[in-house]
Ligand binder design. Structure first.
Ligand SMILES: Nc1ncnc2c1ncn2[C@@H]1O[C@H](COP(=O)(O)OP(=O)(O)OP(=O)(O)O)[C@@H](O)[C@H]1O
Length: 474
């Protein structure tokens, strides 16, 4: 007996210490879990407060009230999901992140980044107006100090991200509020995982679902009335942008309100899988260079002819063409535009291609002809017509200087760090649209060969709408 007691006396404290340690660790984890769930914390606090305020009714009263509140919240979430997400969840989570992350460190962050102003003994701080949380992003609205501009904040963006423990910070203007800015702090990155193709069921070519934005929302690209240039280093995912657009056009292709004329100077390697979806598919015969280059010239000139005809039909009647099965939106899809603009050896072909492309890019969009082209090298000597594309998509680029060539001066300062996109994340890029200040970070859908086969099976039309299908070197 005394031996058992002895063992208990020796082992007991050690076991108790281990148990305490285990409980402490568990407790810390539970606390951390609670801290990340402000709604639950508020409900728990309300239960405790009610129990304390009404001791005669006992804890059951508080629990009943809390269950009622939880029931109402769950019902609201189920009945009005988008309103609940934007109006309740986003505000609650934002308020909690404001208290937990931003308020406490605000003054020191402003001072160390040089965004605070000292006048004598008085310290002036930019005002933190509100925080909202959406997806993995904290949207922090701030009021700048007099004399500050967006660029002052954009320069400090990496340091702000580091201070508040987030992955990235982007600075954005606020419509009709010149003194305010929105800081987008990326807490988690929803673009770190592949985006599968969307199940498209719309023929609306002004909102093609092609990817996911960094706030987790779907990104819809407008194609009608614009041209799109896609720029990216080797392996950046240019193919996935072209294919995302084709995939999103599927229903319009099937309904014949859109058609794709595909030009694939890489011998048909990139776009060949979708040839049955395309009204025209020109890939040339690299062994017969002269014919091969003239094929592209002829196709572009045919598009110019359609453009001229539509112009004379629409003159005085409408300023923007409306796609229909008789007069569909024509999408000229070009993989590796440089092969048509810079690397052409036949002088005659080069002249004809250059002039047809310039005509289509400058006059085609109003009459329903859009050019979507991909290229690796965005320099003007390679893509002379670069500035005629109102929508430009910059994927991973090899040099920081290339960002301004594609998205315009200052785009990199506003967060479009295309040169920082890791090679392990193909398909991520920034979309810049003329007239829209901030580029949007998007991951385009990853379209595999199997997806392309599925697209062809689902959307190919029984017979072409326009008889002249041209397959060079067929
Ligand atoms: N959106 C995406 N999501 C995930 N993986 C992608 C995505 N886009 C492309 N990839 C993968 O990245 C690799 C390169 O893609 P892709 O061929 O489209 O790049 P590219 O820019 O067209 O390259 P190149 O200039 O050599 O033709 C492929 O293995 C592809 O599967």
């Amino acid at each position: 007996m005394s031996f058992v007691l002895l063992v208990l006396l020796v082992v007991g404290p050690a076991v108790a210490a281990l148990l305490c340690r285990w409980l402490w660790r568990r407790g810390v984890r539970v606390l951390g879990w609670l801290v990340r769930r402000p709604t639950l914390l508020v409900v728990l606090a309300a239960v405790l407060w009610l129990t304390w305020q009404t001791p005669d009714r006992g804890p059951a009263f508080g629990v009943a009230i809390a269950l009622g509140v939880i029931g109402v919240l769950v019902a609201l979430r189920v009945l009005f999901p988008s309103w609940f997400a934007a109006g309740v969840q986003s505000r609650m989570a934002g308020w909690w992140r404001e208290v937990r992350v931003y308020r406490g460190a605000w003054q020191s962050a402003m001072v160390t980044t040089g965004l605070a102003l000292r006048e004598g003994r008085e310290l002036q701080l930019p005002r933190l107006i509100a925080v909202r949380t959406r997806g993995g992003i904290d949207l922090v609205r701030v009021r700048m100090l007099p004399g500050q501009v967006l660029e002052d904040w954009a320069q400090c963006a990496p340091r702000l991200a580091q201070t508040f423990g987030t992955q990235e910070c982007r600075v954005r203007t606020v419509v009709r509020r010149k003194h305010d800015l929105d800081l987008w702090f990326l807490v988690t990155d929803p673009l770190a995982v592949d985006v599968p193709p969307f199940d498209v069921d719309t023929t609306d070519t002004t909102a093609l679902p092609v990817g996911v934005r960094e706030d987790g929302q779907r990104y819809d690209l407008s194609l009608l009335g614009t041209h799109v240039l896609v720029v990216g280093a080797t392996g950046a995912g240019k193919g996935s942008v072209l294919w995302s657009i084709v995939a999103a056009l599927g229903p319009a292709l099937r309904d014949r309100t859109a058609q794709v004329w595909a030009l694939d100077p890489k011998g048909g390697m990139e776009l060949g899988g979708g040839r049955l979806l395309f009204e025209r598919f020109v890939y040339g015969d690299p062994e017969d260079e002269a014919v091969y280059e003239l094929d592209f010239a002829r196709t572009l000139e045919d598009a110019v002819e359609v453009m001229r005809r539509r112009q004379s039909q629409l003159r005085g009647l409408a300023r923007l063409h409306t796609p229909s099965p008789d007069e569909p939106l024509i999408v000229i899809l070009v993989d590796e535009l440089a092969s048509l603009t810079a690397y052409v050896t036949d002088r005659e072909a080069k002249r004809r291609i250059g002039s047809a492309l310039a005509l289509l890019l400058s006059q085609g969009r109003a009459v329903g002809i859009s050019v979507v082209a991909a290229v690796q090298d965005p320099r003007k000597e390679v893509v002379t017509v670069r500035d005629l594309f109102p929508t430009r998509i910059a994927l991973r680029l090899s040099e920081a200087e290339q960002v301004s060539l594609v998205l315009g001066a200052g785009a990199r300062d506003r967060g479009a760090r295309c040169d920082d996109v890791p090679e392990s994340l193909p398909g991520i890029g920034y979309v810049g649209i003329d007239g829209v200040a901030e580029p949007v970070r998007v991951r385009f859908s990853h379209i595999t060969d199997a997806d392309i086969t599925g697209l062809v099976a689902r959307f190919r039309t029984a017979a072409p709408a326009v008889p002249a299908i041209e397959e060079s070197a067929a």
